[in-house]
Design a binder for this molecule. Sequence first.
Ligand SMILES: *[C@@H]1O[C@H](CO)[C@@H](O)[C@H](O)[C@H]1NC(C)=O
Ligand SMILES: *[C@@H]1O[C@H](CO)[C@@H](O)[C@H](O)[C@H]1NC(C)=O
Ligand SMILES: *[C@@H]1O[C@H](CO)[C@@H](O)[C@H](O)[C@H]1NC(C)=O
Ligand SMILES: *[C@@H]1O[C@H](CO)[C@@H](O)[C@H](O)[C@H]1NC(C)=O
Ligand SMILES: *[C@@H]1O[C@H](CO)[C@@H](O)[C@H](O)[C@H]1NC(C)=O
Ligand SMILES: *[C@@H]1O[C@H](CO)[C@@H](O)[C@H](O)[C@H]1NC(C)=O
Length: 205
Amino acid sequence: MHIATLTMGNPQILLLVPYGLVVLLHFSCFLKLTSSSTSNFTDQTALLAIQSKLTFDPTETVLGGNWTTNTSFCDWIGVSCGNRRQRVIALDLSFMGLQGTIAPHVGNLSFLVSLDLRNNSFSGFLPNEISRLHCLKVLMLYANQLEGNIPPTLYRCEKLEIISLAINKLSGHIPEELAFLPRLEQLFLGHNNFSGGVLLRSPGS
Ligand SMILES: *[C@@H]1O[C@H](CO)[C@@H](O)[C@H](O)[C@H]1NC(C)=O
Ligand SMILES: *[C@@H]1O[C@H](CO)[C@@H](O)[C@H](O)[C@H]1NC(C)=O
Ligand SMILES: *[C@@H]1O[C@H](CO)[C@@H](O)[C@H](O)[C@H]1NC(C)=O
Ligand SMILES: *[C@@H]1O[C@H](CO)[C@@H](O)[C@H](O)[C@H]1NC(C)=O
Ligand SMILES: *[C@@H]1O[C@H](CO)[C@@H](O)[C@H](O)[C@H]1NC(C)=O
Ligand SMILES: *[C@@H]1O[C@H](CO)[C@@H](O)[C@H](O)[C@H]1NC(C)=O
């Protein structure tokens, strides 16, 4: 199955959603974060777990001594922190030829807005824990070796605008729930091994 782009920028979709839900979705990232007691130490632990799941780093960027606790993780290659808090907002390890799996700890990077691991050789499953990233807007995982299903709970990342999972080995059904992502603009799923048809409806249609 090849699905190039799905554009869901129709403003009527938003009008069909009850007002209270729009407000809830709008503030949920902030609310969930202020009510949680995570710290920047959790971010460091998560990044070290992600590092520990790498088996090969041809350019020795992540495994070559740059990601060391001697320096703030905000100075590590590929890591961007927010200005107000020392929390990870973007992780960009794209085009590095990395091999390994994606540690489930990625779901602990509570303030993550962009996860870009495109064009590497990440294998294994897409961890369900990604669904805990309520601030996530950009999920770029295309051109890897990921297998298994798209976690149906991904719809919980209400801020998602771009999902790119193309050129992997993903299978199973494409979760219908993705249609309920209110801000989704681009969905790239081509060159995988999905079965069945895709049925993405806007809420209310
Ligand atoms: C890691 O790389 C960044 C960016 O090149 C650099 O600023 C930083 O000093 C490096 N840290 C270490 C410990 O090598
Ligand atoms: C980190 O700091 C310790 C103690 O200062 C030092 O022995 C070690 O070589 C440092 N490691 C790196 C990778 O810079
Ligand atoms: C984590 O936060 C504490 C307190 O705000 C700060 O002192 C420390 O430098 C931060 N650590 C990192 C790695 O950013
Ligand atoms: C982070 O995530 C992992 C796996 O999802 C979990 O086992 C761990 O308890 C979490 N919390 C912290 C603070 O690292
Ligand atoms: C991945 O990157 C390599 C070079 O780093 C390039 O040759 C290759 O075409 C890229 N693959 C995709 C699918 O973008
Ligand atoms: C794709 O999935 C089917 C089952 O749905 C399986 O038989 C086939 O081997 C898979 N192909 C690849 C390339 O993984």
